[in-house]
Design a protein around this ligand. Structure first.
Ligand code: AMP
Length: 285
């Protein structure tokens, strides 16, 4: 496995691969890798000739400096895990390499970002789109892999690729969970043992809302049941629990047949912010 820390050195490598018509898969990450990330890597390795994993904790997508400073980092373990899973290249640039000068461009995704993460973390998706665009240019992938764990991010990246005509395919990968249902996340390792147990209740709340919808309970009542569930656990500081249309992220007011819906949650537990979602195909009325 080769490790590149500058776009210039990576560029030479990419040109060579491109001249040999090699298919390139990109898996963008912020490191502290777990089985969720590795599932993306495994998919890329099986689809492409070359898999590039970027490890970069992007400052422009954090609107909370404490969150950025406390973000888990474990480069040595990451390298071992990537090697074991057949990754070919790690790209780990510095802030100076990624942002040699302050960016003047702002990317605004309108209605797609005026809800959930975009609403609660102003500027977050501008930062995500900025860094992902840079990575696409630097790595020139045929396919790029993103997790359904960050559902809103996945929808926004697809919009970005479409709007700016990036010549690549976005592949969405289902959420990898712990045995008790907790969505794997780099942030989970920062939970205390007590908080880790409570964290599994977020998935239980999502599952409860999903069950209610499957039993044709109305949206408001289904959400109220999920909120009630969270309120039984005082350690859960719920930020939002919402049902949105999976592709447009707007709120359905009436049931509309078999349109896919996403039930999304964000909450802090002991100061650690976690997000999760489940997907549902509505039953026709
Ligand atoms: P991150 O390092 O948190 O920025 O995540 C890098 C990529 O891994 C993103 O596309 C995430 O959606 C994806 N990812 C993170 N956790 C999971 C998970 N539990 N299952 C599937 N994909 C995940």
């Amino acid at each position: 496995m080769q490790i590149f820390s500058t776009p210039e050195s990576l560029k030479v490598f990419i040109s060579k691969q491109r001249s040999q018509h090699k298919k390139i898969g990109l898996v963008p990450t912020m490191g502290a890798l777990h089985q969720g990330h590795l599932e993306l890597i495994r998919n890329s390795v099986s689809d492409n000739d070359i898999t590039i994993c970027s490890i970069y904790v992007n400052p422009t997508q954090f609107n909370d400096q404490q969150d950025l400073l406390g973000y888990p980092r474990d480069f040595d373990q990451d390298i071992k895990k990537l090697e074991q899973n057949g990754c070919h290249v790690v790209f780990c640039p510095s802030d100076e390499e990624m942002y040699p000068q302050e960016s003047g461009l702002t990317l605004d995704f309108g209605a797609l970002e005026n809800v959930m993460e975009g609403l609660h973390r102003p500027g977050h998706f501008n930062g995500v789109a900025q860094v992902v665009s840079k990575l696409f240019h630097m790595t020139q992938p045929d396919k790029a892999y993103f997790g359904a764990k960050d559902w809103q991010q996945l929808v926004i990246i697809k919009q970005l690729v479409n709007d700016l005509s990036f010549p690549l395919e976005i592949v969405g990968i289902p959420i990898v969970r712990e045995k008790d249902g907790l969505a794997m996340s780099s942030r989970n390792q920062r939970l205390t043992p007590d908080h880790r147990i409570v964290a599994a209740e977020l998935y239980k709340a999502l599952s409860l809302v999903k069950e209610q919808l499957q039993q044709s309970v109305g949206f408001e009542q289904a959400i109220a049941a999920g909120i009630d569930h969270c309120q039984q656990f005082p350690k859960i500081d719920l930020e939002y629990l919402e049902i949105v249309r999976s592709s447009t992220l707007n709120t359905p007011l009436v049931t509309v047949g078999s349109e896919p819906l996403s039930i999304c949650i964000a909450a802090s537990i002991g100061g650690i912010r976690l997000i999760d979602n489940v997907q549902i195909f509505q039953k026709p009325n």
